[in-house]
Ligand binder design. Structure first.
Ligand SMILES: N=C(N)NCCCCNCCCN
Ligand SMILES: [Mn+2]
Ligand SMILES: [Mn+2]
Length: 288
């Protein structure tokens, strides 16, 4: 099917199907118009798709071959350079088109700045937002723009979506106070463990939107990202949390954001690609 705002890109290497028939629909959002520190998020979606070429489609952990699952790739959303709100509007409209064509499909965004998660959340209207991130992203505005990537969790909270954040190690005093005042739960990367995750996420209402800002991981795994921060989470810590969510909660959508870089085979994209395959594999295992 055709979408108003997407265009064709590099695809995964195994056969894909049309979005109308798919259980998962991958879409790239190559937006980096408000990147504050390290550039290259516009290449994130392409770098992640390219990095998947290195991976087996058979996921050894789950005895699932994701090449046998119904996956679509609808390409990349055409961005409005420098305008995160207009681009997120296109993301929202694209996800709405997708859900109209196939109400059961789970959109998977590859980004691209975290600002773009807002468009998907607006379209999907989840009850809860679970996010792995180094940053609180609770600013009222950043660099004169309320739709900057550093404000995305605040905009989502304002929609009435319940939030829980993990891997946090950066924010302003105002953001910390806002979280406290608004009852937004977050766990510092230093304090993170599986039990802390389950305790906070268990009571959350469904469906849940799961967002992974790639900078949540330890810097050694994700050197190419917009605002890198030392001291993050291990790969399997995030995978184990994701597995619990997939087993225990209805998932509305998933994204892997803030992947940047300028070289094929970048470590960051390899981390993101493996996480992507594990998400699809875990979903394929749990709910056939
Ligand atoms: N959500 C985010 N990614 N926030 C990070 C914003 C950039 C903070 N720079 C502060 C630099 C002060 N010298
Ligand atoms: Mn971040
Ligand atoms: Mn973020």
């Amino acid at each position: 099917m055709d979408f108003l705002y997407t265009y064709e890109t590099l695809k995964l290497e195994f056969p894909l199907i049309e979005p109308e028939e798919a259980r998962f629909a991958i879409m790239g959002v190559p937006f980096d118009g408000t990147t504050s520190f390290k550039p290259g998020a516009r290449f994130g979606p392409t770098l992640i798709r390219h990095a998947t070429l290195n991976l087996e489609s058979y996921i050894i952990d789950y005895d699932v071959d994701i090449a046998e699952l119904p996956i679509a790739d609808i390409g990349d959303v055409a961005v409005v350079a420098g305008d995160p709100r207009k681009t997120a509007d296109r993301v929202r409209e694209t996800v709405e088109e997708l859900k109209r064509a196939n109400p059961n499909v789970i959109p998977i965004l590859l980004g691209g700045e975290h600002s773009q998660t807002l468009g998907a959340v607006e379209a999907l209207k989840p009850a809860s937002y679970v996010v792995f991130d180094a940053h609180l992203d609770l600013r009222e505005s950043y660099e004169d723009n309320p739709y900057n990537h550093a404000c995305v969790a605040r905009r989502i909270h304002e929609l009435g979506v319940r939030e829980a954040m993990f891997g946090i190690r950066s924010g302003t005093r105002e953001e910390v106070e806002y979280a406290e005042r608004e009852g937004i739960a977050w766990v510092h990367a230093r304090d993170y463990d599986f039990d802390a995750f389950v305790e906070l996420v268990k009571p959350l209402p469904e469906p849940v939107y799961l967002s992974v800002d790639i900078d949540a991981f330890d810097l050694s795994l994700v050197p190419s990202t917009g605002t890198p921060e030392a001291g993050g989470l291990r790969f399997w810590e995030v995978v184990e949390a994701m597995e619990w969510l997939v087993e225990n909660k209805r998932i509305a959508g998933f994204d892997i954001m803030e992947v940047a870089g300028s070289e094929l085979g970048d470590v960051t994209a390899l981390t993101a690609a493996k996480l992507l395959f594990h998400f699809i594999g875990a979903m394929g295992k749990e709910k056939p």
